[in-house]
Design a protein around this ligand. Structure first.
Ligand SMILES: Cc1ncc(COP(=O)(O)O)c(C=O)c1O
Length: 422
């Protein structure tokens, strides 16, 4: 295994070397959004400056703009392992795309039909379906996660399915606990019962190779700004499923795939950035020695990235575990590191998370507190939603030195807050 080229990687991200009044920045807010390589910003800028036109015409810039759009769909097909770029629907963000697709799927459902939602999902994969259920009179069944494994268990899902189940909305990796679900096994169970499976891969996409064909699901969604790209969402839909769907759309717009699902004028310049983000991964794979297709290079990039990220996650978990009164809400067993992404959330007895985070933010360590829209998780765990957790989220541009500095800060801030209370 080659060493991860951390210095070269960091050199690609201009934001990593910015300082504020001479103070370095430590970006551990990655689950909420990652920084971008220079190449992504350049691609957005180039598109705006040289290829700026609407689609569908015959002159130079409109033709070039169409090529940008086509390339982005192909890039995401490679990124997700899709059969064809026609299965790639690009839109504003995960939440907007999910609201739209839920309404489209709702046109095929009737009162009394059942849907299954997890207690592990981000609200983006809960609220659209809940409100659809309200509108149509669907029955909602709740799928909790297991508080020992931190995952959704196959047997629990099996117990909720019936011949009336039309859809199961699943979470690939949690934006709060970090745990990864066994999506392939869960999908197989749901599909066997005749349900469609809609997978939220927003958090997973930064940290692992997605293979939609292997997973067997019907829909999978992610957001480019979580994997070093621009602010936009990407929904993959299995061709034989989306081909039969009738989305809400303008009468005169294309009925082709994926245009049928992409409303209005697309974010063409962001699509240019999206392709550059995918190419950033393939460049990483090429640097690690993979000479094959873009898909193979992306796979290699994740292989080296995971091998680098996981020890950082363990270092963070070990350091936090030393603090008395601190509870990590997620997998901590080093043997189960492959079953989580490097997003680590914790609470500390008697201390409001925001007070820790504000203090660390003041030291230019960027991280979040709160429920972070993992609204169901905090409720299942009995954590007050108004407080939530402290969340530290690693990306592959973070370093061991940053983790050590962050741990030192957590120790110091907690000691200080405890002192203040006495
Ligand atoms: C797991 C998960 N799902 C969905 C979303 C919502 O994504 P978007 O902001 O693209 O709507 C997020 C954002 O943090 C997330 O972490």
């Amino acid at each position: 295994m080659m060493d991860f080229p951390i210095e070269a990687v960091r050199g690609r991200f201009p934001a990593l070397s910015l300082t504020d009044k001479g103070r370095r920045r430590i970006y551990l807010d990655n689950p909420a959004g990652t920084q971008v390589p220079q190449a992504v910003a350049d691609a957005v800028s180039r598109c705006l400056l040289t290829t700026n036109a609407n689609l569908g015409g015959y002159f130079e810039t409109t033709v070039a703009a169409q090529a940008v759009v086509d390339e982005a769909h192909q890039a995401m097909a490679d990124f997700l392992g899709a059969e064809t770029p026609e299965e790639i629907i690009i839109g504003a963000n995960m939440t907007t795309l999910t609201y739209h697709m839920s309404r489209t799927l709702g046109r095929t459902m009737k009162p009394g039909d059942e849907i299954i939602l997890t207690r592990m999902d981000h609200e983006g994969n809960v609220s659209p379906w809940l409100q659809l259920a309200e509108d149509l009179g669907l029955v909602v069944h709740w799928l909790p996660f297991d508080e020992k494994s931190w995952q959704v268990e196959e047997a629990t899902l099996a117990g909720l399915l019936s011949e009336k189940t039309r859809l199961v909305a699943l979470n690939y990796a949690s934006n709060l606990t970090g745990s990864i679900n066994r999506v392939k096994a869960l999908t197989a169970i749901a599909s066997n019962a005749g349900a469609l499976v809609y997978v939220d891969a927003v958090q997973f996409a930064t940290h692992g190779l997605i293979d939609v064909k292997d997973l067997g699901c019907d829909f999978l969604i992610c957001s480019a700004y979580k994997f070093f790209g621009p602010h936009m969402g990407i929904l993959w839909g299995r061709r034989d499923v989306i081909d039969g769907l009738k989305p809400y759309k303008c009468r005169c717009s294309s009925n082709g795939l994926p245009e049928r699902f992409e409303l209005g004028t697309p974010q063409i310049e962001l699509m240019a950035g999206l392709t550059a983000a995918v190419d950033y991964f393939s460049g990483l794979g090429a640097a690690a020695g993979e000479g094959g297709s873009r898909r193979r290079k992306i796979a290699k990039a994740f292989e080296v990235s995971i091998a680098y990220e996981n020890p950082l996650a363990q270092r963070l978990i070990d350091g936090l575990s030393d603090i008395s009164g601190l509870t990590i809400h997620g997998i901590t067993d080093p043997k189960r590191l492959a079953e989580r992404v490097p997003t680590v959330s914790f609470t500390v007895d008697g201390i409001v998370p925001e007070t820790i985070v504000r203090q660390m933010n003041a030291e230019n360590i960027f991280l979040w507190s709160g429920h972070n829209y993992a609204w169901e998780i905090v409720h299942q765990l009995g954590i007050p939603a108004e407080h939530g957790v402290v969340r530290i989220g690693i990306a592959h541009y973070n370093t061991a030195a940053e983790i050590d500095e962050t741990l030192e800060s957590v120790h110091r801030v907690i000691a200080m807050l405890r002192q203040q209370r006495t």
